[in-house]
Design a protein around this ligand. Structure first.
Ligand code: DAH
Length: 339
């Protein structure tokens, strides 16, 4: 009997030792200690044992059970520990690894420049409005004092939809829409896309953007125009920026001027950036022509105004020292990522 017990125990222990996973331990437990297990069957055969031997055999069986149970517990604990260790290893985070780069979008240089321009003028009480890109010839030309056969029409190579409808060549057309509304005074800027049948090169594109400005009120003077645009230039190009107004001609303003800013690269001494002159042209402007006011139903004896038009791409290119306009339209990530 003793030998039999001994064999059962050593068989159980060797199976426990040899087991490779937790589930196996349960099977072993059932096989040796379960209702139909080997130890139990020995207890069942107690009736064959002499009565005086029974307590001793009973004790031996119990000891055998305790030994197997202990071994099972030990092995279970070892498995649990191993599993825990593996889990910790699996879940370890190496904090020294470089982080994954999250690709974020960037604002387009045009957008950045436009938002700066809008912020400045909105801060001065201007409204931001939009006009149509497909426009009657009347709004794009005639109402702006550019009648048929006027040479200015040739200067802006126009895309015609039909003889009366064009893709607007300038945001100045929005001036007319605003004036026609009949609500005075007016303080507005009108950003938007314009179209000209130009070949693509470093400084030209058949589609680009302008920001138009218009102020109509009583007692507006050229000094107001100058002051406003001077502050605008400082806002965009820096506090030290100087401005210069050169006489020019636009059909819809009288007098008209072009505004130059002192070169922010060389401070006005002359460099490659400003082509040696120290100045960079940035916009056209002037006092709204009385004829233009009249055509849109505003009495030029009562109201006066000033207007200006600035090329958005030009501002963006200058601000970021970009030397080819095409970069603004190609949507190359490597370019856009820099802003
Ligand atoms: N529309 C003109 C252009 O495209 C720019 C311009 C000049 C707009 C003078 C104005 C202005 O409002 O007063 O060349």
């Amino acid at each position: 009997m003793k030998d039999k017990l001994q064999n059962i125990v050593s068989e159980a222990l060797s199976q426990i030792n040899g087991s490779e996973e937790m589930e196996r331990l349960n099977e072993i437990k059932v096989a040796f200690l379960g209702k139909k297990g080997e130890l139990t069957s020995i207890l069942k055969s107690m009736k064959d044992v002499a009565p005086e031997e029974r307590p001793k055999v009973g004790q031996m069986v119990n000891e055998a059970r305790v030994e197997i149970e202990q071994k099972l517990e030990e092995k279970k604990a070892a498995f649990t520990k191993k599993l825990k260790e593996e889990q910790i290893k699996r879940e370890t985070i190496d904090v020294t690894l470089p982080a994954k780069k999250v690709a974020t979008g960037h604002r387009h240089p045009n957008t950045i420049a436009l938002e700066e321009i809008e912020d400045f003028f909105v801060g001065m009480g201007y409204e931001v409005v939009e006009g149509p890109e497909v426009e009657y010839d009347y709004y794009n030309f005639e109402a702006l004092n550019i009648p048929a056969n006027h040479p200015a029409k040739d200067e802006q190579d126009t895309f015609y939809i039909n003889p009366e409808i064009v893709l607007r060549t300038q945001t100045s057309s929005t001036q007319v829409h605003e004036m026609e509304k009949g609500k005075l005074p007016i303080r507005m800027i009108a950003p938007g896309r314009v179209f000209r049948s130009d070949e693509v090169d470093a400084t030209h594109s058949p589609s680009f953007h302008q920001v138009e400005g218009l102020v109509i009120d009583k007692n507006v003077t050229f000094a107001d125009l100058k002051g406003t645009l001077q502050e605008f230039a400082k806002e965009i190009f820096g506090e030290d920026t100087k401005v210069k107004f050169r006489p020019h001609h636009f059909p819809f303003t009288e007098p008209s001027a072009e505004m130059d800013v002192s070169c922010f690269k060389c401070g006005g001494k002359g460099c490659r950036f400003c082509k040696g002159s120290g100045w960079i042209e940035i916009l056209g402007c002037g006092m709204v022509h009385p004829h233009v006011l009249e055509m849109s139903g505003i009495n030029p004896d009562e109201y006066v105004g000033f207007a200006f038009g600035v090329g958005l791409e030009r501002i963006a290119l200058l601000k970021y020292e970009i030397d080819d306009m095409r970069l603004l339209y190609e949507n190359d990530d490597r370019f856009l990522e820099q802003f």
